[in-house]
Design a protein around this ligand. Structure first.
Ligand code: ADP
Ligand code: ASP
Ligand code: MG
Length: 418
């Protein structure tokens, strides 16, 4: 069987859902597990719901109405008969979300976040499943929370592979079409909803592929495949036809957001090919990530991560930055859930570029100031260039304030203030 994953951009409106059905039709696969994300920007929208709820903001009711309206418009575009059962199913999900907000007593942001944002995927898959059924693709809707089992590290949950493997084997019929949600799981202790980290639906597809020994995974995107640079920020990009797992892991880890970085390890372990293809042009070959050739065509790859924080530490008494200091720094980085992008150290100083994903910078800085002289820059951009030529780097940093540069044999990383 094969695994398909459709992200938010592919199902942002009624036409997107129609196109999804066309893609499935043109591929002609009979045995498919289809992972679907929340529609359009609905996860961002639900993040706003969480913030409004926890801060008792005036806009909460309006945000909830907007969530219902957005999906209602898509439903009306897809199901002209408004007594179709899908209307009740979606209304029930919206009601459940609102009931949770009324009944919940927890003020823990990450916990509330997961219990709320999951409705984006629950609603989108409900709509997609009904639409496919009505258009000649009978399918089973699977609640992924009964299949993907995780720890209770809300917003960044870790998969319990053993339990997940058992559940998936018992729940997924390898014949026919199954529709399920990306990004979600549930914790093994209490069955609360968990999430795997933003953009985690690609990873969900890989989890199913691993557990089902799938033939391949295809993630359908709004780009022709993996390009040698992020097309939002670079012109003249080139399509990468083939990439090895190793190269793809590096690119994704450094921030090539077209593939979620966690996706590649399960794929590599079972040597399952990963295709990245355009949902606008399903016949085109796209990119194949697999065994073998590192990069075809051989070209430099440019990746950028915006809105990072560069923190520089030095000892208060001119003593060396040794293992004990550095191990404490890493412990705190972990404790405050900072994602480390780059480190550099000298005898008496240590610099680290981090992604402040969980908004814990102030708390971390307070901790660091107890032990070190601390300076930091917020809102910096981290460029990572793989397989580059020196002239390309010169062109990249022209007119930019370079705060840090680091080079290894095939990777150059530069932190700049733009
Ligand atoms: P999804 O709809 O699955 O959530 P994403 O928006 O997460 O899709 O990923 C696709 C986007 O990734 C593209 O629209 C593009 O802007 C961005 N992107 C970043 N780096 C690359 C790259 N190297 N190649 C292709 N797309 C890239
Ligand atoms: N809907 C989630 C997000 O926007 C997961 C995903 O799209 O992969 O982060
Ligand atoms: Mg996405």
């Amino acid at each position: 069987m094969k695994i398909y994953k459709f992200g938010g951009a592919s199902v942002k409106d009624a036409d997107g859902v129609r196109n999804l059905a066309k893609v499935i039709d043109s591929a002609g696969e009979k045995d498919l597990l289809v992972v679907v994300s929340a529609m359009g920007k609905m996860t961002n929208h639900l993040e706003k719901v969480v913030l409004a709820y926890l801060s008792s903001g005036d806009d909460l009711q309006q945000l909830l109405v907007d969530f219902r309206t957005f999906h209602r418009e898509i439903l009306q575009g897809l199901f002209p008969n408004n007594s179709h059962p899908v209307y009740d199913s979606v209304t029930m999900l919206c009601q459940k979300l609102e009931n949770f907000l009324k009944a919940n007593r927890s003020r823990k942001h990450s916990f509330v976040y997961d219990q709320v944002v999951c409705y984006g995927e629950l609603v989108s898959t409900t709509i997609v499943s009904h639409f496919l059924k009505d258009n000649g693709f009978p399918n089973t809707w699977l609640d992924v929370r009964s299949a993907v089992i995780t720890d209770d590290n809300f917003r960044d949950a870790k998969v319990n592979w053993e339990e997940t493997q058992k559940r998936i084997a018992g729940l997924v019929d390898q014949k026919g079409i199954t529709i399920t949600q990306g990004f979600l799981g549930s914790d093994s202790e209490n069955n609360f909803t968990t999430t795997l980290g933003r953009e985690g639906s690609d990873y969900t597809a890989a989890i199913f592929a691993f557990c089902l020994n799938a033939d391949s995974v295809t993630i359908w995107k709004d780009v022709p495949g993996v390009l040698n640079a992020d097309p939002r920020y670079f012109g003249n990009t080139r399509l990468l036809h083939n990439i090895s797992y190793e190269e793809a892991i590096e690119l994704a880890f450094y921030g090539a957001s077209v593939i979620h970085p966690k996706t590649l390890q399960p794929m590599q372990r079972k040597e399952i090919p990963l295709f990245v293809k355009s949902f606008m042009n399903p016949e085109a070959a796209g990119t194949c990530v697999g065994k073998g050739v590192t990069l075809n065509p051989e070209t430099s790859c440019f990746i950028l991560k915006r809105n990072q924080v560069l923190i520089s530490l030095s000892s208060l008494d001119f003593s060396f930055m040794m293992e004990d200091n550095i191990s404490d720094v890493f412990r705190w980085l972990h404790e405050f859930r900072m994602k480390v992008e780059l480190i550099q150290n000298s005898a008496i100083s240590f610099s680290v570029c981090v992604d402040n994903k969980f908004d814990s910078l102030d708390a971390l800085l307070a901790k660091l100031r107890e032990r070190f002289k601390v300076s930091w820059h917020e809102g910096v951009t981290l460029y990572t260039v793989r397989h580059s030529k020196p002239t390309e780097i010169d062109a990249l940093i022209e007119n930019k304030q370079v705060l840090l540069k680091q080079e290894s044999s095939d990777t150059v990383q530069i932190v700049v203030k733009e």
